[in-house]
Design a protein. Structure first.
Length: 96
């Protein structure tokens, strides 16, 4: 019996409407986290570097970049992070 791949598992799980709703609710959070990490790496900075620039602890930056973090960051925190990596935060809405 062949093992189920992650892709197969995900497809099966997302076939359940309740799971799909929860998954979609987390999509924006994961996208933002992935963008933060990409911005930091593109800038050649470490979490420690970002922490120093933001006058905070490395553990706070690690938490901000974690997919397991339960809270949502403040807009001011995202703006500071963006500035530290040489970016500018822009926020917008798109009609569905």
């Amino acid at each position: 019996m062949a093992r189920t791949s992650f892709k197969q598992f995900k497809e099966k799980a997302l076939a359940d409407p309740k799971v799909k709703v929860e998954y979609d609710l987390l999509a924006d959070k994961y996208k933002i986290i992935d963008m933060l990490i990409a911005m930091r790496k593109e800038s050649g900075l470490t979490q420690e570097d970002i922490a120093q620039m933001m006058h905070t602890k490395k553990s706070n930056i690690s938490r901000l970049e974690s997919h397991n973090y339960k809270s949502s960051p403040k807009i001011s925190t995202l703006s500071e992070y963006a500035t530290a990596t040489g970016h500018k935060l822009e926020i917008g809405f798109v009609r569905q």
